[in-house]
Every structure is written in C-alpha cells, then in structure tokens.
Design a protein around this ligand. Structure first.
Ligand SMILES: Nc1ncnc2c1ncn2[C@@H]1O[C@H](COP(=O)(O)OP(=O)(O)OP(=O)(O)O)[C@@H](O)[C@H]1O
Length: 303
C-alpha cells in the first residue's frame, strides 16, 4: 500500500461539452505540503470539489489511506472552498463552533478550538462580530479557522492566500507549516508561485485538466532547460558559437548565458571559456517555478 493519505486517481469530469479534468492524478502524503498550480480554468477547483464530494466525478477514484473515500472519512478533511462558505450574519465564534459541531465535535471542544484558532489567527478582537462586517482578509482568516478548528487529518484549501496582506500571508504560512510538521497533509491552490516555491514540498502543475508536472520544487527545476551562466570578462560576443550543442541566450558585461542541449559536455564549455581568459563564475542556472509555469502555459497556447 502507498503511504499517501489522499489520492486522486485518474479523475475525469466534463461540464457538458467542456472537459474540466482528464485523468487527473496525484497524491499527498503525511506531513507534506502540496501546491496545486495552473492557469485560470485549468481544473484546480473542480479537482478539490470532487475530492471533498461537493461534486461527483465522471470516472476515477478518490482514496483515503488506501480505501475509497466515504462520507464518514471526508468529515476529517478541513476544506476552504474558493467561493468561501461562511454565514454572513453569524458572529465569528458562533460560526466556528457551529461548523466544528457539524464535524462531530462536542460543544465544549468546539468552543475551545474556536478560542484557540481565533487567537492564533489574530481574530481575538473580532470574535463577537458578524462575519459580513469583517474585511475580506479577516473573513478569509475566519474561513481558515473554520477549516482548522475541527482538527482535520488533511487540509484542502482553494486559494487560501488570495487577497491577504503580507502579514496575514506570514501568519497563514506558519499555521500551514506547523500543521504539516505535525503530520497533516496540506493541499492548496495558488497563483502566487513564489509562495508555492517557498512553502511546498511538492508541486503539481495542471494544464487543461491534466497534471503535466509533479515533483519536488528541486525536481521540477532540474527538469527545466540546462542553462549555464559564465562570467568571463574578456570573452568576446559569440565566443561559444562554435561549440556543438550550445546556444547563446544572452551576453552582457562579460556574462554569457548558454543553453546546452542534452548530452552536451559542460567541461568542454568551461575549457572554451578559459581559453578566452579568466573565468570568475561558471554556474548552472535553474529556472524558477514561475519560469517553469510560463513554459507550461506557453506550450498550452502553442498546442
Ligand atoms: N459549473 C460549471 N459549469 C460549466 N463549466 C464549469 C463549471 N465549473 C467549472 N467549469 C469549467 O471547468 C474548467 C475548470 O474550472 P476550475 O474552476 O476547476 O478551474 P481552476 O483551475 O480552479 O481556475 P481558477 O484558477 O480560475 O480558479 C473551466 O473550463 C471552467 O470554465
């Protein structure tokens, strides 16, 4: 049996003629933070809704600890829906207690959890305010508290960071990291790729309803184009033009960026650089997650 807590296995879904998901697969393990990224309309929300049972799949399976997920096991997921799901006229604590009770907590435990999470998320002064009177960012904090208060075994969060100020982003990042470190798998979608790169152990890039890249940030970055930056101040423009398998990307102020085709001998490139004079730097350039994402989206547009 795999050690995955939550598995999305070849899930497909169409809305009429719109194919939203095609054989979407990925899994999240205990203590792992999984970032789910993709263009608008790529299928992230649809996947999360199916995982939570809010929406049914046309085919495929969602498994929980190796078994098909059930109504009972779904209650152990903390979910933050994209459309948010709070009752606008309910007060913050009242709302959190009510939602935790729906997940099977006793009134006393729900009350204690509401107090703890409102404090942790900086909402102590708002406990007795109606949700509709809070700013959007504070409503979002309440929404996160609602996902956390019933002590879930997995967290599935649809764009939890959108619209938050930098301090709130830090608070939320720390809460999610702590949850993860305590063994709770966390899946969240986001368009803030720098944040995903910083926080996530594993990232899945979705394109047109399919998972097109899935791995640790390091694995994904290593899979990008093989580029080298050479700082050789005396090198002339075009110094690497004759080297087989090497394409010059840029040359400025003695710094040249070269792209090496698969199998190209980088030591031959280094020797050629040394032939021009001193070499101060010879560095492998790894693409950022944002660059990888752009490549994926560009491939989509070209397809
Ligand atoms: N209720 C619906 N009826 C018809 N089509 C839908 C419905 N919900 C989603 N879709 C379509 O399914 C596809 C996937 O949408 P989804 O909301 O899952 O994408 P997303 O990756 O979450 O996008 P975003 O980043 O914009 O939130 C899109 O083509 C969308 O238009």
């Amino acid at each position: 049996m795999s050690d995955a807590v939550l598995e999305i296995d070849r899930v497909s879904k169409s809305y009429g003629s719109v194919v939203a998901l095609q054989d979407m697969s990925f899994s999240v393990r205990a203590g792992e933070m999984f970032g789910f990224v993709g263009s608008n309309g790529a299928g992230k929300t649809t996947t999360m809704r199916i995982a939570l049972g809010v929406l049914s799949a046309d085919s495929g399976e969602i498994r929980w600890n190796g078994e098909p997920i059930t109504f009972e096991t779904r209650r152990h997921i903390g979910y933050m829906p994209e459309e948010r799901g709070l009752y606008p006229k309910m007060k913050v604590t009242e709302q959190l207690v009510y939602l935790s009770e729906l997940h099977g907590m006793t009134a006393a435990a729900a009350r204690k959890a509401a107090d703890e999470w409102t404090e942790r998320l900086g909402l102590t002064a708002r406990r007795n305010e109606e949700v509709q009177k809070l700013s959007l960012g504070n409503q979002q904090r309440v929404q996160l508290a609602a996902a956390l208060a019933h002590d879930p075994e997995v967290l599935v969060l649809d764009e939890p960071f959108s619209g938050l100020d930098p301090v709130a982003v830090d608070v939320m990042s720390q809460v999610l990291r702590d949850k993860c470190d305590s063994g709770v798998p966390v899946v969240f979608s986001s368009h803030q790729l720098d944040l995903v790169e910083r926080l996530c152990d594993r990232v899945g890039i979705v394109r047109s309803g399919r998972m097109v890249a899935n791995g640790t940030v390091e694995e994904l970055r290593a899979s990008g184009a093989n580029r080298i930056e050479v700082h050789a101040p005396l090198a002339n423009y075009g110094w690497a033009d004759e080297l087989p398998g090497v394409t010059m990307i840029s040359h400025l102020d003695g710094r040249t960026v070269l792209e090496l085709a698969d199998g190209t001998d980088d030591q031959a490139v280094l020797r050629a650089a040394l032939d021009t004079g001193p070499v101060h730097e010879f560095t492998r350039l790894r693409p950022t997650l944002t660059e990888l994402f752009r490549n994926v989206v560009t491939e989509e547009r070209a397809a």
